[in-house]
Design a protein around this ligand. Structure first.
Ligand code: BES
Ligand code: MN
Ligand code: ZN
Length: 488
C-alpha cells in the first residue's frame, strides 16, 4: 500500500471510502461528510444505495459537491457494538472490494470509521495483509497497487507501525508460498541472511549438515540427510533487553513427502507449507526487529527436506538426539517432532524464560479443531495460558488449549529398542502424542506448543487475506511478547 499525505478529499475526483454506522447521524463529523454529499447522505441511505449493515459493501457513483465520484461504503453496524476487530474486518473487506475493481487511487474518510488514532494502526496493517497477493510466477502478473489519501492529517507513526506488522506477515506468507524447488534449507538461509543481517542487535548463526552430524543433532540430521538438499539449524538472536530471552522455535520442513512412509499423492500436495512454523517465527522476529522493540528473543529454526533417498531414515531406525535420548523411528512421516526435538534442545542453551514452538505438526489437530483454530499444548498449568489466550482473542486468532498428560508420555515411551518412539501408529489422539514427544526435550522449561497444521493457510478468503498462507500466530505472539507477562 502506498500513502499520499499531501492531497485531501476535495483535490480531485478519485474514489472515496466511507464507513457507515447505523447511527451515522450522531458522528461528530457527520455534517462535514453530509456537506460533501450536498446534504443528500441520508437520501442515499434511504434509497439503499449506501447501507450500514456490518460488512455490507456498496459501490456506487455519487455527486460529491460538483463532481461525480465513485463511492465505496462498508457498513459498520451500531457504533456501540464496534470493536477494533470489527473495524479491521470492515476495513479489510472494503479494501478487497477496491482491489477487485482495480481501483488504484482512493481517499479514506477516516472519521467515518473512527476518530481514534489507534485506527491508523489498523489501516496500516490491513492495507498490507487484506490485499496481499501470494508470491507467484504468472507470466502477466502485475502486482496490485493502491494509493490511499486521507481526509485529514493522520498519525503517521501509528500507520507505519501497522504497516510494518503487515509487511512482516507478508514476508512470512511469501516464504510459505514459495515452491519447494526454489525454497529449501540452504536457499531459505540466504533469504534469512538477506533480511536480518546487519540489523541492530541481531546476530545469526547457522549450522550446516556436517556440523549437525559432528555435534550430535541426530534427529535433525537424520531427517535432512534423506535429501540432496541438506538440513540447517538457524539461530537468530535479537537482544534489545537484559532479561532472559523468549525462545521461538519453528518447524521448517521445506517439503514433506513423508519419506519412506510416503504420503499418498493427494496428501503430498501443499506440503511446501510444512515450513510455515519457521516462516511465522521469522515474521514475529521481523516485526520486533523492524519496530526496534526492547525485547530479548531468540529464534531457532530447524530446516530440512523430508525426502526418499538411499541414506534417508527408514522405519525401524534408531537415532540419537542432541540431548542424548535414543529415538525409534516408526514412521518417517512423523518428521516434524524429530527436528523440533533437537531445535528445542538448542533453544534451551539460551536459558529462555519460555519456549514457544510453531509447527504444521499433525493432521490430527485439523480433525480435532478444524481449519480456523490453532491447537495449543503446554507443560504448564492452564492458568499459565491465560495471557497468551488473551492476546489471541485480542487480535482475533483462534487458539484452543488441548490436553497432554502422563498417558501420552507413557505412549511416547512405549518402545523396547530406544528411550522413545516417534509414532505409536495408532490413529487416535495424534496431536497430543506429538506434543508429548516434543515435551521430552523441554527439561521443565515453561513451554507452549502451537500446532498450526490447520491454520497455516486460510481455507478461503477473509478480511485478513486471500486463500493462501496466513502468517498465523504472528500477531498473537508479538502481542504476547510485548505484553511481557512471562516475566511476572
Ligand atoms: N506435515 C505433516 C502434518 C500435516 C498434515 C500438516 C496435513 C498439514 C496438513 C506431518 O509431518 C505429518 O506427516 N504428520 C503425520 C504424523 C503421523 C505419521 C504420526 C500425520 O499427521 O498424519
Ligand atoms: Mn510428515
Ligand atoms: Zn511434516
Amino acid at each position: 500500500m502506498k500513502y499520499n499525505f499531501e492531497s485531501n478529499l476535495n483535490d480531485n475526483n478519485k474514489a472515496i471510502v466511507i464507513g457507515v454506522k447505523e447511527d451515522f447521524e450522531n458522528d461528530s463529523n457527520f455534517e462535514e461528510l453530509d456537506a460533501l454529499f450536498n446534504g443528500n447522505f441520508k437520501s442515499y441511505i434511504d434509497a439503499g444505495v449506501i447501507q450500514s449493515k456490518f460488512k455490507k459493501i456498496e459501490s456506487s457513483s455519487a455527486v460529491l459537491q460538483t463532481n461525480v465520484r465513485k463511492v465505496y461504503t462498508v457498513g459498520l453496524g451500531k457504533s456501540e457494538d464496534l470493536t477494533q476487530l470489527k473495524l479491521q474486518e470492515a476495513f479489510g473487506t472494503v479494501l478487497q472490494a477496491l482491489k477487485k475493481d482495480k481501483v488504484t487511487d482512493a481517499y479514506l474518510y477516516v472519521d467515518s470509521f473512527s476518530s481514534d488514532d489507534d485506527f491508523l494502526y489498523d489501516v496500516g496493517l490491513m492495507g498490507e495483509i487484506s490485499v496481499y497477493e501470494p508470491f507467484n510466477y504468472k507470466k502477466d502478473f502485475k502486482p496490485y497497487e493502491l494509493t490511499l489519501s486521507f481526509n485529514k492529517e493522520v498519525n503517521e507513526d501509528k500507520l507505519k507501525e501497522g504497516q510494518q506488522a503487515g509487511e512482516a506477515m507478508n514476508f512470512s506468507r511469501n516464504l510459505s508460498e514459495m515452491p519447494p524447488n526454489v525454497l529449501y534449507p540452504e536457499s531459505l538461509v540466504e533469504l534469512i541472511e538477506k533480511e536480518f543481517s546487519g540489523k541492530d542487535n541481531v546476530t545469526i548463526s547457522v549450522k550446516d549438515d556436517k556440523t549437525l552430524k559432528e555435534e550430535g543433532y541426530g534427529l535433525l540430521h537424520s531427517v535432512g540427510d534423506g535429501s540432496e538438499r541438506k538440513p540447517r539449524l538457524v539461530t537468530i538472536e535479537y537482544k534489545n533487553s537484559d532479561k532472559a530471552p523468549v525462545a521461538l522455535v519453528g518447524k521448517g520442513i521445506t517439503y514433506d513427502s513423508g519419506g519412506y512412509s510416503l504420503k499418498p499423492r493427494t496428501g503430498m500436495v501443499s506440503m511446501k507449507y510444512d515450513m510455515s512454523g519457521a516462516a511465522n517465527v521469522l515474521g514475529m522476529m521481523k516485526t520486533l526487529v523492524d519496530q526496534k522493540r526492547a525485547v530479548n528473543v531468540v529464534a531457532v529454526l530447524a530446516l530440512a527436506e523430508n525426502m526418499v533417498k538411499g541414506n534417508a531414515n527408514r522405519p525401524d531406525d534408531v537415532v540419537i538426539a542432541k540431548n542424548g535420548l535414543s529415538v525409534e523411528i516408526t514412521n518417517t512421516d512423523a518428521e516434524g517432532r524429530l527436528v523440533l526435538g533437537d531445535a528445542v534442545t538448542e533453544a534451551i542453551t539460551h536459558k529462555p524464560v519460555v519456549i514457544m514452538d510453531f509447527a504444521t505438526l499433525t493432521g490430527a489437530v485439523i480433525g480435532a479443531l478444524g481449519e480456523s483454530r490453532t491447537g495449543l499444548f503446554t507443560n504448564q498449568s492452564r492458568q499459565y495460558l491465560e495471557d497468551v489466550l488473551k492476546s489471541s482473542e485480542k487480535v482475533g486468532e483462534k487458539l484452543w488449549h488441548l490436553p497432554m498428560d502422563e498417558s501420552d508420555e507413557a505412549a511416547v515411551k512405549d518402545t523396547q529398542v530406544a528411550d522413545i518412539l516417534n509414532s505409536n501408529l495408532r490413529p487416535y489422539g495424534g496431536a497430543s502424542f506429538a506434543a508429548a514427544f516434543i515435551n521430552q526435550f523441554t527439561e521443565d522449561y515453561p513451554w507452549l506448543h502451537f500446532d498450526i497444521a490447520g491454520t497455516s493457510q486460510f481455507a478461503k478468503q477473509n478480511a485478513y487475506g486471500p486463500k493462501a498462507a496466513s502468517g498465523v500466530m504472528i500477531r498473537t505472539v508479538v502481542d504476547y511478547i510485548l505484553d511481557g507477562s512471562m516475566y511476572d
